[in-house]
Design a protein. Structure first.
Length: 260
């Protein structure tokens, strides 16, 4: 199996992401949490959303460890099994009028969030893949749409077919971590509204996550796609003759007549 550093080098070579590829795990054994991991509440004096933790890890290169005490987002508190839904939460109050026209639609929106059980709850640990001192559950990569397209091609290189992903414009932290863990399959992630507001993810960015056990196959797919011509940056086809305005064409004819 490739080392995390070798896998990162391959990702950086073939995808060229602007931010660090990430290792993410939900760790239930406190002794397995990296000693140097930063706790938002303890070390930064603030509670954060998971998407902020993801952005800190991918932009600063820090390893961040978060549990219920560190989280400011009620959606994440429920999605990661730290809290049972309250009556207001269950009614759809977080989505009604914002993401959904009424409470019935809002409840369906909440039901679509990929949630883990309280029994599976643990500390969410996020850090740069190359330097991770823990075994990831999930590998996550942010990039533009062309980079994510190549990542999709690489994930399918060995088996073919197509990926199935879920989009709802909210709770992308649950898509990146929970859905990937629950399905055991790679996901294309549409950064949610909160990720853009609080995580400061940019308009050109998307994300891609895959189970750690697929990482070697993914790297092999990156190499295979590159050899086959599916690469980033995507090459432009330039070997064609441009069509110019009629005035340009007239001058070219004049050149040809004069030069005989």
């Amino acid at each position: 199996m490739l080392s995390l550093e070798q896998a990162t080098q391959a990702i950086e070579r073939y995808l060229r992401p602007d931010t660090f590829p990430l290792a993410i795990a939900v760790i239930q054994d406190p002794s397995a949490i990296p000693e140097k991991a930063r706790r938002p509440k303890r070390d930064m004096g603030v509670s954060l959303s998971v998407c902020q933790g993801v952005s800190i890890a991918r932009r600063y290169g820090w390893t961040v460890a978060m549990d219920a005490a560190d989280l400011s987002c009620p959606i994440a508190q429920v999605a990661f099994g730290y809290e049972a839904p309250s009556a207001s939460y269950a009614s759809g109050s977080l989505a009604a009028g914002m993401y959904a026209k009424d409470q019935a639609a809002a409840q369906r929106t909440e039901a679509a969030v990929a949630a883990s059980s309280p029994e599976a709850a643990g500390t969410i640990v996020i850090g740069p893949l190359a330097r991770a001192s823990f075994t990831p559950d999930v590998v996550a990569i942010y990039g533009n749409s062309a980079q994510i397209m190549v990542a999709v091609a690489a994930s399918l290189f060995g088996k073919g077919g197509a990926l199935t992903s879920t989009f709802s414009a909210r709770a992308d932290c649950a898509e990146i971590i929970n859905r990937t863990r629950l399905t055991g399959e790679a996901q294309v992630i549409l950064p949610c509204y909160g990720d853009r507001v609080f995580g400061q993810t940019q308009d050109h960015e998307m994300a891609f996550s895959l189970p750690y056990h697929q990482l070697d196959d993914f790297v092999e797919g990156l190499e295979g796609c590159s050899k086959g011509g599916v690469r980033y940056p995507v090459p432009n086809y330039l070997r064609y003759q441009a069509e110019y305005p009629s005035t340009y064409q007239t001058v070219m004819r004049e050149f040809a007549e004069r030069d005989g």
